[in-house]
Write a protein that binds this ligand. Structure first.
Ligand code: GDP
Length: 139
């Protein structure tokens, strides 16, 4: 089934100039880029985006990390895009991520792990409109 998912190139990866390589990998793996923008997130935006993690001990640190530099926000489309992107990302902790996944290649720690991806259709339905209006999604 054709699906859309939200990908974020996180501040660590943008800072290290990996954004181009990550976008190239998406195209190589057959994803279509349907929307794209660079943003510096506000604290309120980052807190709202990660609201499900509000009670986790790392929440404050995660929010500070996500507002620490620009991010690249991407809507990707492909058959089963959500699961395909999660597989391409690899495990949350880059040290545990499979070889050749984005987090193994570009992540540096469990927090600074290079990319975000929606983890379910329900999450994608929240995350895509969180950052993109319908007119910004081309396709
Ligand atoms: P994901 O779906 O693989 O991104 O993982 P989660 O939804 O569990 O966590 C969201 C984000 O919080 C991760 O991508 C990391 O950036 C960060 N994170 C997760 N676990 C930890 C942790 O134990 N410590 C810290 N500092 N950050 C974490």
């Amino acid at each position: 089934m054709l699906e859309q998912t939200l990908a974020i190139v996180k501040p660590d990866a943008v800072r290290k100039k990996y954004a181009g390589s990550i976008l190239a990998r998406y195209e190589k793996e057959g994803f279509r880029v349907r929307a794209l923008k660079m943003r510096l997130l506000s604290k309120t935006e980052a807190e709202g985006f990660y609201a499900v993690h509000r009670e986790r001990p790392f929440f404050g640190s995660l929010v500070n990390f996500m507002v620490g530099g620009p991010v690249v926000l991407v809507v990707l489309e492909k058959d089963n895009a959500i699961l395909a992107h999660r597989k391409l990302m690899g495990a949350t902790d880059p040290a545990k991520a499979d070889k050749d996944t984005l987090r193994a290649l570009y992540g540096e720690s469990i927090e600074s792990n290079a990319v975000h991806g929606s983890d379910s259709p329900e999450t994608a339905r929240f995350e895509i409109p969180y950052f993109f209006s319908t007119t910004e999604i081309i396709g």
